[in-house]
Design a protein around this ligand. Structure first.
Ligand SMILES: CC(C)(COP(=O)(O)OP(=O)(O)OC[C@H]1O[C@@H](n2cnc3c(N)ncnc32)[C@H](O)[C@@H]1OP(=O)(O)O)[C@@H](O)C(=O)NCCC(=O)NCCS
Length: 196
């Protein structure tokens, strides 16, 4: 498939902006139903993502169809970027579009001086073994033994080189955590890392 990536802006044609918002509504329906439940909320989310200080990149096929998009929010004085959101058109899942978008976001973040990309990926729908448990106790034991019951995207991010670096227990209500993941995008040896 011939895929091209480019920055999305508020000046993009209405048809493109509409597609970008619709992808959020459809993509998150069974993942995080309270995030962009309808087009107006998705347009608001998109408008935030299109702000100049943020990264917003779209993947298009040869015919100009928007296949997916990814956002990046500068944090920690721009040294770290938060990946939020990412969505791929459902019919194109599993064809490498999401991976391309993550890689592209990392390149964009590195160009702006970022060292790390991080993200929070909620488990609101009992998709992993981290749901319905008390993550305030034995936190790292639970993380080490994580199982993916129903295609939670944490595994997608692991395949892009992201590590689970923590959780926020009960972030979305009792037993519904947020899972934090991060990746170093500028490989530099960490001094003292060799210590036991
Ligand atoms: C998550 C999402 C962006 C992945 O996009 P995609 O284009 O399907 O991803 P890719 O085709 O690049 O997948 C790369 C690898 O990750 C795997 N993968 C993708 N989604 C996965 C999931 N939900 N669970 C487990 N593995 C997954 C693929 O099977 C593939 O594995 P392989 O390299 O061994 O073949 C897409 O499914 C989506 O838009 N989901 C809805 C929105 C969403 O959940 N966003 C993330 C919120 S934190």
């Amino acid at each position: 498939m011939n895929i091209s990536l480019r920055t999305l802006t508020p000046k993009d044609p209405e048809a493109v902006l509409h597609q970008a918002a619709l992808l959020l509504v459809e993509g998150f329906r069974d993942m995080a139903p309270e995030f962009c439940p309808d087009l107006p909320s998705a347009r608001e989310e998109l408008a935030e993502g299109l702000k100049a200080e943020r990264i917003c990149r779209g993947a298009f096929d040869g015919g100009g169809l928007l296949l997916g998009w990814v956002g990046g929010i500068p944090q920690y004085e721009g040294r770290t970027f938060e990946l939020h959101p990412i969505v791929v058109r459902r019919e194109f899942w599993g064809q490498g579009v999401g991976s391309l978008l993550v890689k592209d976001l990392e390149e964009q973040a590195a160009q702006r001086g970022g060292c790390v990309v991080f993200l929070g990926t909620d488990d609101e729908m009992d998709k992993t073994s981290l749901s319905r448990v008390d993550l305030f106790h034995n936190t790292w034991e639970h993380i080490k033994r994580i199982k993916n019951y129903r295609r939670h995207p944490y595994e997608f991010y692991q395949k892009q080189g992201y590590a689970i670096v923590g959780v926020l227990p009960d972030a979305n209500g009792p037993g519904k955590p947020d899972i934090f993941m991060a990746k170093r995008i500028r490989p530099e040896p960490v001094k003292g890392d060799e210590k036991p």
